[in-house]
Design a binder for this molecule. Structure first.
Ligand code: GDP
Ligand code: IMO
Ligand code: MG
Length: 422
């Protein structure tokens, strides 16, 4: 069976935790888009793993990790993650396969990301400054360099020198120091040596796995509200977060996906700029941020807090074809007296769907709220849905009914085993 786990909000829904849990039965755990702007936390045996490029299911003994062609790679970050797992005794060369078609995030991409952000001033987008936008821009304007070119040093050097030369001129225009081409080239030679054993064509492997009815688990990065087409452009990321991205980013046809899991955090968080209709910033938001440790996994920035926005999540479920829900962080709402949920938007007195909104409209919409009574009981140790506090059950049932998708997992804590399975 092939499954897809995606984030239905603005990222950080708890995808890493759910992927790690579901990967217990997966033969392959696959990243297919985005880059190391992603930060997916997995907690196993009391140890915390903040993965940026490593597929989150890889800690499961029999699961092979695949980094598909749609992922963009900062080799330095990937090598760090490989080393961390090696230090813990994992034979990573037997566990990880990387598509040679992946594009490389270059030092000049990171410098450009930062230079653009600084130049935007008050209109900054709040990117992770990991070079994501500039790398995807180079990919679609045929200026990118793919991983496999690193294994043909003559081609790589020629392209790198050409691209770095142009980018350095742009950086100079921004008033930023150019990158040191020779020094960087030496670093890439070292990256090439370390990464060589992992780089193998992933397409035949996935095709065979699918034909043999193996279990493949695709891990979405980010959230649908950050999708380059369906998110709040330009307050988005550079890749397609939705189901179709599996086809472009791994080669597996979209009709081979059986289960599509929407990960829904019981409230909203956002790192970076751009409108979030249900955002609020009071004592309750502060409590949620601290209890939920809502600080960016990649950048450490405090996450903005909002009530659950079901108008946005409903859209996310529709556009991806979600057929299962995994609700996370309901435990963080324990102790909050009144919990609000947005069930629609109004603009100038009229209802307007998420799909009709750009960032200009979304900054102005008025959320329509439904308010629920909270609960006081700690739910971390609860293992059955009907043992949850009544008000908590009412809250979750409302989400399910509104979205018309069944809840299959209620996550009750960050650790692998903290789940209610329905
Ligand atoms: P991702 O980017 O979607 O993988 O999410 P992040 O890892 O960036 O952020 C989610 C955070 O919430 C991480 O620190 C997780 O360990 C934690 N987490 C995930 N699910 C739960 C849950 O049900 N309850 C609690 N308390 N924490 C959770
Ligand atoms: P995970 O996978 C939260 C946001 C950034 C910024 C915008 C563009 O952990 O859910 P980028 O660096 O991608 O060009 O930044 O996208 N963003 C994320 N926010 N979680 C993420 O990933 C994100 N990946 C990108 O904060 O607003
Ligand atoms: Mg994250």
């Amino acid at each position: 069976m092939n499954q897809f786990v995606f984030g239905s909000q603005w990222g950080d829904e708890g995808k890493g935790k759910i992927v790690d849990f579901l990967a217990a039965k997966a033969d392959y755990t696959v990243r297919f888009h985005g880059g190391n702007n992603a930060g997916h936390t997995v907690i196993v045996g009391g140890k915390k793993y903040p993965f940026h490029l490593m597929p989150s299911g890889i800690l499961n003994k029999k699961t092979i990790g695949i980094i598909g062609n749609g992922v963009i790679i900062d080799p330095e970050v990937l090598i760090k993650e490989i080393k961390q797992l090696q230090d813990e005794g994992m034979n990573v060369t037997k566990k990880l396969i990387i598509s040679p078609r992946c594009h490389l995030i270059m030092p000049y991409h990171k410098a450009l990301d930062e230079a653009y952000e600084n130049a935007r001033g008050k209109n900054k987008l709040g990117t992770t400054k990991r070079g994501i936008g500039p790398t995807f821009a180079d990919k679609v304007s045929y200026n990118g360099i793919r991983l496999y070119e690193l294994f043909s040093l003559v081609h790589f050097e020629e392209k790198f020198r050409f691209q770095a030369g142009i980018k350095n001129k742009i950086l100079t225009l921004f008033g930023v120091a150019p990158i040191d081409v020779e020094k960087e080239l030496e670093k890439f030679k070292e990256y090439r040596r370390i990464l060589a054993p992992y780089v193998i064509d992933t397409f035949p492997l996935l095709m065979q796995a699918s034909e043999k009815k193996k279990n493949i688990l695709f891990e979405g990065a980010h959230g649908v509200m950050l999708d380059v087409d369906w998110g709040l452009y330009p307050y988005c990321t550079g890749s397609n977060v939705i189901t179709g991205g599996i086809n472009t980013g791994s080669g597996l046809p979209a009709n081979k996906i059986d289960k599509i899991w929407a990960v829904v955090k019981a409230y909203t968080t956002r790192v970076g700029e751009g409108p979030v209709p249900t955002e609020f910033d009071d004592e309750v938001a502060h409590t949620i941020r601290e209890q939920g440790h809502e600080y960016g996994t990649t950048t450490g920035r405090p996450r903005r807090i909002g009530w659950l926005d079901l108008e946005a999540v409903k859209f996310a479920c529709q556009v991806t074809g979600a057929n299962c829900l995994a609700i996370t962080k309901t435990d963080i709402l324990t102790g909050i007296k009144k919990i609000k949920v947005c069930t629609g938007y109004k603009l100038n007195g009229n209802k307007i769907p998420y799909s009709s909104c750009g960032y200009i409209e979304l900054a102005k919409v008025e959320p329509i709220y439904k308010t629920f009574n909270g609960w006081k009981e700690d739910i971390h140790m609860v293992t059955k849905f009907n043992k949850l506090p009544k008000n908590c059950q009412v809250y979750l049932k409302f989400i399910e009914k509104f979205l018309k998708v069944r809840i299959k997992i209620v996550s009750t804590g960050p650790e692998r085993e903290r789940n209610i399975i329905i």
